[in-house]
Ligand binder design. Structure first.
Ligand code: ZN
Length: 333
Protein backbone atom coordinates (compact mmCIF):
# COMPACT_ATOMS: atom_id res chain seq x y z
CA UNK A 1 0.00 0.00 0.00
CA UNK A 2 1.08 3.59 -0.41
CA UNK A 3 3.78 4.94 1.77
CA UNK A 4 3.58 8.22 3.51
CA UNK A 5 3.79 10.62 0.62
CA UNK A 6 2.03 13.92 1.23
CA UNK A 7 5.28 15.58 0.36
CA UNK A 8 6.13 17.65 -2.67
CA UNK A 9 9.28 19.51 -1.77
CA UNK A 10 12.43 17.75 -0.89
CA UNK A 11 15.14 19.85 0.56
CA UNK A 12 18.72 19.35 1.49
CA UNK A 13 18.41 22.07 4.10
CA UNK A 14 17.13 20.71 7.40
CA UNK A 15 16.49 23.86 9.35
CA UNK A 16 15.25 27.38 8.84
CA UNK A 17 17.66 30.27 8.53
CA UNK A 18 17.68 32.99 11.16
CA UNK A 19 15.09 35.64 10.38
CA UNK A 20 17.43 38.43 11.37
CA UNK A 21 21.17 38.41 11.39
CA UNK A 22 23.57 39.91 13.84
CA UNK A 23 21.04 42.14 15.49
CA UNK A 24 22.83 42.11 18.80
CA UNK A 25 26.38 41.56 17.59
CA UNK A 26 28.91 44.39 17.34
CA UNK A 27 29.14 45.73 13.82
CA UNK A 28 31.81 48.39 13.79
CA UNK A 29 35.28 48.98 15.14
CA UNK A 30 34.19 51.48 17.78
CA UNK A 31 31.64 49.17 19.31
CA UNK A 32 34.14 46.29 19.22
CA UNK A 33 36.64 48.37 21.18
CA UNK A 34 33.97 49.47 23.62
CA UNK A 35 32.90 45.88 24.12
CA UNK A 36 36.47 44.70 24.61
CA UNK A 37 36.84 47.23 27.40
CA UNK A 38 33.62 46.08 29.00
CA UNK A 39 33.60 42.29 28.65
CA UNK A 40 37.12 41.33 27.56
CA UNK A 41 38.69 39.89 24.41
CA UNK A 42 37.46 36.32 24.73
CA UNK A 43 33.80 37.33 24.98
CA UNK A 44 34.13 39.70 22.02
CA UNK A 45 35.76 36.92 19.97
CA UNK A 46 32.78 34.66 20.71
CA UNK A 47 30.32 37.38 19.68
CA UNK A 48 32.14 38.00 16.42
CA UNK A 49 32.16 34.27 15.68
CA UNK A 50 28.40 34.14 16.26
CA UNK A 51 27.93 37.06 13.91
CA UNK A 52 30.01 35.40 11.18
CA UNK A 53 28.07 32.13 11.52
CA UNK A 54 24.78 33.99 11.28
CA UNK A 55 25.95 35.83 8.17
CA UNK A 56 27.09 32.58 6.55
CA UNK A 57 23.75 30.89 7.30
CA UNK A 58 21.87 33.84 5.83
CA UNK A 59 23.97 33.67 2.66
CA UNK A 60 23.03 30.00 2.11
CA UNK A 61 19.50 30.86 0.90
CA UNK A 62 19.07 32.82 -2.34
CA UNK A 63 17.23 35.99 -1.35
CA UNK A 64 14.33 34.38 0.55
CA UNK A 65 11.16 36.35 1.02
CA UNK A 66 10.64 35.85 4.73
CA UNK A 67 7.02 35.84 5.75
CA UNK A 68 5.18 35.55 9.02
CA UNK A 69 3.03 32.54 8.17
CA UNK A 70 0.13 33.19 10.54
CA UNK A 71 0.01 36.86 9.59
CA UNK A 72 0.02 36.09 5.84
CA UNK A 73 -2.81 33.55 6.13
CA UNK A 74 -4.91 36.05 8.12
CA UNK A 75 -4.04 38.82 5.65
CA UNK A 76 -5.14 36.60 2.74
CA UNK A 77 -8.48 35.98 4.50
CA UNK A 78 -8.94 39.72 4.99
CA UNK A 79 -8.01 40.61 1.41
CA UNK A 80 -9.56 37.94 -0.83
CA UNK A 81 -12.96 38.74 -2.35
CA UNK A 82 -13.50 35.06 -3.29
CA UNK A 83 -16.23 33.53 -1.09
CA UNK A 84 -15.01 29.96 -1.71
CA UNK A 85 -11.52 30.87 -0.51
CA UNK A 86 -12.95 32.76 2.47
CA UNK A 87 -14.93 29.66 3.41
CA UNK A 88 -11.86 27.44 3.14
CA UNK A 89 -9.70 29.82 5.19
CA UNK A 90 -12.41 29.99 7.85
CA UNK A 91 -11.99 26.21 8.23
CA UNK A 92 -8.19 26.45 8.39
CA UNK A 93 -7.63 29.48 10.62
CA UNK A 94 -8.98 27.85 13.83
CA UNK A 95 -6.12 25.33 13.51
CA UNK A 96 -3.28 27.83 13.18
CA UNK A 97 -2.56 27.47 16.90
CA UNK A 98 -1.82 23.79 16.31
CA UNK A 99 1.29 24.54 14.25
CA UNK A 100 4.26 24.06 16.55
CA UNK A 101 6.87 24.77 13.87
CA UNK A 102 6.89 26.50 10.49
CA UNK A 103 10.06 25.29 8.83
CA UNK A 104 11.07 27.21 5.74
CA UNK A 105 13.17 25.23 3.28
CA UNK A 106 14.79 25.73 -0.11
CA UNK A 107 12.58 25.25 -3.15
CA UNK A 108 9.31 26.56 -4.55
CA UNK A 109 7.18 23.46 -5.06
CA UNK A 110 5.35 22.30 -1.97
CA UNK A 111 5.62 21.18 1.61
CA UNK A 112 5.25 18.43 4.13
CA UNK A 113 3.17 18.28 7.29
CA UNK A 114 3.52 15.82 10.14
CA UNK A 115 2.32 15.40 13.66
CA UNK A 116 4.84 16.85 16.11
CA UNK A 117 4.96 14.10 18.75
CA UNK A 118 6.81 16.06 21.43
CA UNK A 119 4.68 19.19 21.08
CA UNK A 120 1.52 17.05 21.03
CA UNK A 121 2.52 15.29 24.26
CA UNK A 122 3.33 18.63 25.91
CA UNK A 123 0.11 20.33 24.79
CA UNK A 124 -2.23 17.38 25.32
CA UNK A 125 -3.76 17.78 21.85
CA UNK A 126 -2.47 17.48 18.29
CA UNK A 127 0.37 19.74 17.20
CA UNK A 128 1.92 19.77 13.74
CA UNK A 129 5.22 20.73 12.13
CA UNK A 130 4.97 22.20 8.63
CA UNK A 131 8.00 22.19 6.33
CA UNK A 132 7.49 24.26 3.23
CA UNK A 133 9.32 25.56 0.19
CA UNK A 134 10.17 29.15 1.05
CA UNK A 135 11.95 30.56 -1.99
CA UNK A 136 8.92 31.61 -3.99
CA UNK A 137 6.89 34.80 -3.95
CA UNK A 138 4.59 35.55 -1.03
CA UNK A 139 1.49 34.31 -2.97
CA UNK A 140 3.33 31.09 -3.90
CA UNK A 141 4.22 30.51 -0.24
CA UNK A 142 0.67 31.30 0.86
CA UNK A 143 -0.74 28.78 -1.62
CA UNK A 144 1.61 26.10 -0.24
CA UNK A 145 0.63 26.96 3.35
CA UNK A 146 -3.09 26.70 2.51
CA UNK A 147 -2.32 23.25 1.05
CA UNK A 148 -0.37 22.15 4.13
CA UNK A 149 -2.94 23.50 6.58
CA UNK A 150 -5.55 21.44 4.74
CA UNK A 151 -3.55 18.33 5.72
CA UNK A 152 -3.97 19.44 9.34
CA UNK A 153 -7.69 20.00 8.79
CA UNK A 154 -8.05 16.52 7.28
CA UNK A 155 -6.38 14.88 10.26
CA UNK A 156 -8.41 16.91 12.73
CA UNK A 157 -11.59 15.91 10.85
CA UNK A 158 -10.92 12.17 10.41
CA UNK A 159 -8.28 11.38 13.09
CA UNK A 160 -6.80 9.29 10.28
CA UNK A 161 -3.01 9.49 10.67
CA UNK A 162 -3.07 12.13 7.91
CA UNK A 163 -4.99 9.96 5.41
CA UNK A 164 -7.72 11.61 3.32
CA UNK A 165 -10.25 8.97 4.35
CA UNK A 166 -11.76 8.01 7.74
CA UNK A 167 -9.93 4.68 7.87
CA UNK A 168 -10.64 2.01 10.50
CA UNK A 169 -8.95 2.40 13.89
CA UNK A 170 -5.55 0.85 14.50
CA UNK A 171 -6.11 -2.87 15.24
CA UNK A 172 -5.85 -3.85 18.91
CA UNK A 173 -2.37 -5.02 19.80
CA UNK A 174 -0.76 -3.14 16.92
CA UNK A 175 2.96 -2.62 17.29
CA UNK A 176 3.08 0.22 14.74
CA UNK A 177 5.39 3.02 15.81
CA UNK A 178 5.70 5.25 12.73
CA UNK A 179 3.04 7.23 10.89
CA UNK A 180 3.47 5.15 7.73
CA UNK A 181 3.16 1.89 9.70
CA UNK A 182 -0.05 3.15 11.30
CA UNK A 183 -1.37 4.25 7.90
CA UNK A 184 -0.66 0.83 6.38
CA UNK A 185 -2.32 -1.06 9.24
CA UNK A 186 -5.38 1.19 9.24
CA UNK A 187 -5.77 0.93 5.45
CA UNK A 188 -5.48 -2.86 5.74
CA UNK A 189 -8.22 -2.86 8.41
CA UNK A 190 -10.64 -0.83 6.23
CA UNK A 191 -13.17 -2.34 3.78
CA UNK A 192 -11.19 -2.63 0.52
CA UNK A 193 -14.29 -2.08 -1.62
CA UNK A 194 -14.93 1.27 0.11
CA UNK A 195 -11.33 2.30 -0.46
CA UNK A 196 -11.52 1.23 -4.11
CA UNK A 197 -14.63 3.38 -4.64
CA UNK A 198 -12.95 6.32 -2.96
CA UNK A 199 -9.76 6.00 -5.03
CA UNK A 200 -11.74 5.62 -8.28
CA UNK A 201 -13.86 8.69 -7.48
CA UNK A 202 -10.86 10.84 -6.52
CA UNK A 203 -9.09 9.81 -9.73
CA UNK A 204 -12.26 10.56 -11.70
CA UNK A 205 -12.43 14.05 -10.17
CA UNK A 206 -8.77 14.66 -11.06
CA UNK A 207 -9.49 13.49 -14.63
CA UNK A 208 -12.51 15.84 -14.92
CA UNK A 209 -10.36 18.79 -13.81
CA UNK A 210 -7.47 17.83 -16.13
CA UNK A 211 -9.82 17.72 -19.14
CA UNK A 212 -11.22 21.16 -18.26
CA UNK A 213 -7.81 22.66 -17.42
CA UNK A 214 -6.74 23.82 -20.93
CA UNK A 215 -9.82 26.07 -21.15
CA UNK A 216 -9.55 27.45 -17.61
CA UNK A 217 -7.59 30.58 -18.51
CA UNK A 218 -4.37 29.86 -16.60
CA UNK A 219 -1.00 30.93 -18.06
CA UNK A 220 0.96 27.99 -19.55
CA UNK A 221 3.39 27.73 -16.62
CA UNK A 222 0.47 27.45 -14.18
CA UNK A 223 -1.28 24.90 -16.39
CA UNK A 224 1.85 22.78 -15.98
CA UNK A 225 1.83 23.16 -12.21
CA UNK A 226 -1.89 22.38 -11.89
CA UNK A 227 -1.57 19.35 -14.17
CA UNK A 228 1.38 18.09 -12.15
CA UNK A 229 -0.55 18.38 -8.87
CA UNK A 230 -3.58 16.54 -10.28
CA UNK A 231 -1.65 13.82 -12.10
CA UNK A 232 1.45 13.37 -9.97
CA UNK A 233 -0.22 13.81 -6.60
CA UNK A 234 -3.98 13.32 -6.57
CA UNK A 235 -4.34 10.63 -9.25
CA UNK A 236 -1.33 8.64 -8.08
CA UNK A 237 -1.86 9.08 -4.31
CA UNK A 238 -5.61 9.55 -3.78
CA UNK A 239 -5.44 8.46 -0.13
CA UNK A 240 -2.89 11.21 0.61
CA UNK A 241 -3.40 14.13 -1.75
CA UNK A 242 -7.00 15.04 -2.54
CA UNK A 243 -8.44 17.79 -0.31
CA UNK A 244 -5.10 19.58 0.01
CA UNK A 245 -4.53 19.68 -3.76
CA UNK A 246 -8.07 21.04 -4.22
CA UNK A 247 -7.21 23.79 -1.71
CA UNK A 248 -4.00 24.55 -3.61
CA UNK A 249 -5.89 24.79 -6.94
CA UNK A 250 -8.59 26.98 -5.40
CA UNK A 251 -5.93 29.37 -4.10
CA UNK A 252 -4.13 29.52 -7.46
CA UNK A 253 -7.47 30.12 -9.24
CA UNK A 254 -8.11 33.05 -6.93
CA UNK A 255 -4.59 34.46 -7.16
CA UNK A 256 -4.61 34.15 -10.98
CA UNK A 257 -8.10 35.64 -11.25
CA UNK A 258 -9.58 32.66 -13.11
CA UNK A 259 -13.18 33.27 -14.17
CA UNK A 260 -15.44 31.65 -11.57
CA UNK A 261 -17.93 30.93 -14.37
CA UNK A 262 -15.42 28.71 -16.23
CA UNK A 263 -16.27 24.98 -16.32
CA UNK A 264 -12.91 24.25 -14.65
CA UNK A 265 -13.65 26.53 -11.71
CA UNK A 266 -17.21 25.26 -11.37
CA UNK A 267 -15.97 21.64 -11.23
CA UNK A 268 -13.28 22.63 -8.71
CA UNK A 269 -15.78 24.48 -6.54
CA UNK A 270 -18.08 21.45 -6.50
CA UNK A 271 -15.22 19.16 -5.41
CA UNK A 272 -14.10 21.63 -2.72
CA UNK A 273 -17.66 21.84 -1.35
CA UNK A 274 -18.07 18.06 -1.45
CA UNK A 275 -14.87 17.38 0.50
CA UNK A 276 -15.85 20.03 3.06
CA UNK A 277 -19.14 18.18 3.66
CA UNK A 278 -17.25 14.90 4.02
CA UNK A 279 -14.88 16.39 6.59
CA UNK A 280 -17.66 18.07 8.53
CA UNK A 281 -19.79 14.92 8.72
CA UNK A 282 -16.85 12.53 9.01
CA UNK A 283 -18.50 10.40 6.32
CA UNK A 284 -17.00 10.10 2.83
CA UNK A 285 -19.58 9.30 0.14
CA UNK A 286 -17.89 8.87 -3.26
CA UNK A 287 -20.07 9.43 -6.32
CA UNK A 288 -20.15 7.11 -9.32
CA UNK A 289 -16.91 6.45 -11.20
CA UNK A 290 -15.41 3.85 -13.50
CA UNK A 291 -12.74 1.45 -12.32
CA UNK A 292 -9.48 2.98 -11.09
CA UNK A 293 -7.84 1.84 -14.36
CA UNK A 294 -10.56 3.45 -16.45
CA UNK A 295 -10.22 6.72 -14.56
CA UNK A 296 -6.41 6.62 -14.84
CA UNK A 297 -6.94 6.21 -18.59
CA UNK A 298 -9.00 9.42 -18.56
CA UNK A 299 -6.16 11.16 -16.70
CA UNK A 300 -3.72 10.07 -19.42
CA UNK A 301 -6.03 11.08 -22.26
CA UNK A 302 -6.18 14.66 -20.90
CA UNK A 303 -2.47 15.22 -21.46
CA UNK A 304 -2.28 15.91 -25.24
CA UNK A 305 -4.53 18.98 -24.88
CA UNK A 306 -2.55 20.11 -21.81
CA UNK A 307 0.75 19.69 -23.67
CA UNK A 308 -0.66 21.73 -26.55
CA UNK A 309 -1.02 24.64 -24.09
CA UNK A 310 2.25 24.21 -22.23
CA UNK A 311 4.44 23.25 -25.21
CA UNK A 312 3.19 25.23 -28.20
CA UNK A 313 4.43 23.66 -31.50
CA UNK A 314 7.18 25.39 -33.46
CA UNK A 315 5.84 27.46 -36.39
CA UNK A 316 5.42 25.13 -39.41
CA UNK A 317 8.15 25.25 -42.05
CA UNK A 318 6.93 26.52 -45.43
CA UNK A 319 5.78 23.61 -47.57
CA UNK A 320 8.09 22.46 -50.35
CA UNK A 321 5.62 23.56 -53.02
CA UNK A 322 5.45 27.09 -51.55
CA UNK A 323 9.26 27.27 -51.46
CA UNK A 324 9.53 26.22 -55.15
CA UNK A 325 6.87 28.77 -56.16
CA UNK A 326 8.76 31.49 -54.28
CA UNK A 327 11.98 30.62 -56.17
CA UNK A 328 10.15 30.60 -59.53
CA UNK A 329 8.61 34.00 -58.79
CA UNK A 330 12.07 35.38 -58.02
CA UNK A 331 13.43 34.00 -61.33
CA UNK A 332 10.52 35.58 -63.25
CA UNK A 333 11.50 39.06 -62.07
ZN1 ZN B 1 0.07 17.59 0.26
Amino acid sequence: MPEHVHQEARSARPSRPPRTTGGHAPNDAASVLALQRTVGNAAVGRLLTIQRVQQNQAAALPAPITINEVEEIRRYRADTPNADVQDLLDQLIPHLDRISAWNRQNGTGGGHTQIDQDATAAAGSNRYAINYAGNGTVPQQVAILVHELTHVLINESYDSDMLNYPVAPLPAGSAATTESQRQSERIAATDPEQLRQFEAYVTSTAADLLHLLPGAGFAPARVSEVAQKLSGHTATKPMFEFDAVLSHLLTWSDQDDIATTSPFYQRLRAAVAETRTWRQTGVVTPGPAGSVDTELGRVTSAWPAINAVTRPPAPPRPRTRDRILAILNKLKR
